[in-house]
Ligand binder design. Structure first.
Ligand code: SF4
Length: 228
């Protein structure tokens, strides 16, 4: 996770620290790449906090990090899990053109629950990030994710999956929300393994290239296998 550990948003499911972020570390992109090299990784997922305080949302820092990772680790595949950059398409373009293999932006939940779950984010804006990525570089794989158990209905989940496919989203992850601490939203419901299996089948029918759906699925679950 780059761009610091303080987020400028306040998603109600997330335990990351919120508040005034620190200055960017200009050495971070190269240091991340050196760590990747030390670990001998073949696939990496790079994510970040939201940095709404920065004019470019941190997109150039993302691009520098990808540049250094690719430069020091030939053959590595890089997935980025990015913020919505407040809908700034040029920031999305900076990341998409940095040499990434997969661009992930999670919608997280169904549109009706955005105010409760993701205040400060906009459902259509998140869809537009995915749409923009595909239109900028058609060959880049796009990916999104949903967490269930925060009050959504199954027909709303299906409608959201259809919206993602309309944006030509290639990969989707669907998992169970778990409450990190009593400060975050409570779990409304535990979705059964059978329901996750049914959703997987339904999402595959919609044409997703890869679907991960299960109680323990998280955004980076089996991420390496989606680009093989
Ligand atoms: S934008 Fe990301 S890091 Fe920030 S609060 Fe929301 S989920 Fe957490």
């Amino acid at each position: 996770m780059i761009l610091g550990d303080i987020c400028t948003r306040g998603c109600r499911f997330c335990a990351i620290g919120k508040g005034k972020p620190v200055l960017l570390d200009p050495e971070e992109p190269r240091n991340v790449a050196l760590s990747v090299k030390d670990l001998g990784l073949q696939h990496i997922v790079v994510t970040s906090v939201d940095r709404d305080d920065l004019p470019d949302g941190g997109s150039a820092h993302f691009a520098k990090t990808v540049f250094w990772i690719k430069s020091l680790n030939p053959g590595i595949r890089v997935e980025v899990l990015i913020p919505d950059f407040k809908g700034d398409e040029s920031a999305v373009e900076t990341v998409v053109r940095s040499g990434i293999d997969v661009l992930n932006h999670n919608v997280e939940t169904v549109p009706r629950l955005y105010k409760k779950v993701r205040p400060g984010s906009v459902y259509q804006r998140s869809l537009d990030v995915l749409k923009a990525a595909k239109s900028i570089r058609a060959e880049v794989l796009t990916k999104s994710g949903l967490m269930l158990g925060v009050g959504e209905a199954m027909d709303e989940v299906m409608a959201t999956l259809r919206d993602l496919r309309e944006m030509k989203c290639d990969i989707v992850t669907i998992g169970q929300y778990l409450q990190p601490s009593t400060d975050q939203l409570p779990v409304e419901r535990y979705v059964t393994p059978d329901e996750f299996q049914q959703l997987k089948a339904d999402a595959q029918q919609l044409g997703f290239r890869h679907v991960e759906s299960g109680p323990l699925v998280r955004s980076s679950y089996h991420a390496w296998s989606h680009v093989n």
